[in-house]
Design a protein around this ligand. Sequence first.
Ligand code: HEM
Length: 385
Amino acid sequence: PYPHYAEIREETAVHEHPLGFWYVSRYDLVTALLRSGQSVETRHLAPHPVRDEMRKAAGGDDWRLGGLSMLDRDPPDHTRLRSLVAKVFTPRAINALAPRITELVDASLDRMAEAGRCDLVDELAFPLPFTVIADMLGMPPTDEDRLRELTGTLVRSLEPVGDPDLARRIGEADAEFTRLTADMIEWKRANPADDLLTALIDAEHEGDVLSDDELIAQVGLLYVAGHETTVNLISNGVVALLSNPDQLKALRADPTLIDNAVEELLRYDSPVQMSRRITTAPVEIGGQEIPTGSFVIASLASANHDPAFWGEDAADLVLNRPNARHHVSFGAGPHHCLGAALARLEGRIALGRLVERFPDLALDGAVEWNGRINLRGAAKVPVRT
Ligand code: HEM
């Protein structure tokens, strides 16, 4: 996959795109950029034409997700927001979810078995992460279809290009999503329970708590990041396995391969294709000086396929690749994905049980892609069980 990335990577290590951003695609440079906290920041609110449109459309001050979530903050704000969330989003809380995830996966597989032919995204890849994060947060019942629509629009804000109409739609989706999230938090304050949302409301770290706006932004981030990404891991993962029968056969022959297989699938077809940063001082990357205030894209997907790091078989799916875990699909440095353990757990249980349950699983028509540049994934995967 990714012939276009290969072309850019071979041509120039650091590419200045005509649309006004910089594009970094080699493994060593991507990791160095993401780990350097000195002269790059993640601030969304820096001048950027598309974002300005979105902010205007969202009504200025109502702009929440784009500014107050940890993803778009730098130390010391980032450190404090991340510590407050990490305090309740613990490995213990995540591991305790394994039985519930297994139950949800098995219910999906039962439905698939009964249907015989179905869309894997509708039956498994989407409902699993969506239900897991909603359950974990303890979300009150809400209009799920509307939420799915809103988050599908919101994630387009992570892309480097956009037209004014898209920017306006993102801005409106952001304002509506913010209102919905604020309502859910209000409801939860009146109905506290043993869940992540209540824990976040009460979270305290060294005498510090989340303000109302910060709470809305972190909950929104967890909610969106919790499902829009893992969907792609499962759907792209299944497409990759079904397109590489020898690898699927190896996994069937040795189910203990599943942990490494999930790492390799994350590498092979990255659910998040890029991270973005803004330079706060001139930086030199790969011998190229990038000026202050530049929008820089770190191509995670390209880094994951760089033969200089992975070797000549970088483009192949090799489920027992010894260093598969070194992929950058969860980013690197201070913003390394907070939900990586949860995503891995869902991926292992969903893909492991799917492969075990259906020895004759096959594609049953053309795969449709979601048309996104960043959170790129298979939107429809017709299968026969
Ligand atoms: C950050 C990928 C699942 C929560 C990130 C980043 C990446 C990423 C690349 C870093 C972005 C940057 O550097 O700009 C993924 C992938 C997933 C996944 C590929 C699934 C396969 C999840 C899940 C959750 C989650 C399930 C939570 C429920 C977060 C949060 C951050 C983050 C809160 C921000 C961390 C920070 O800014 O310090 N993720 N993610 N992610 N992810 Fe994930």
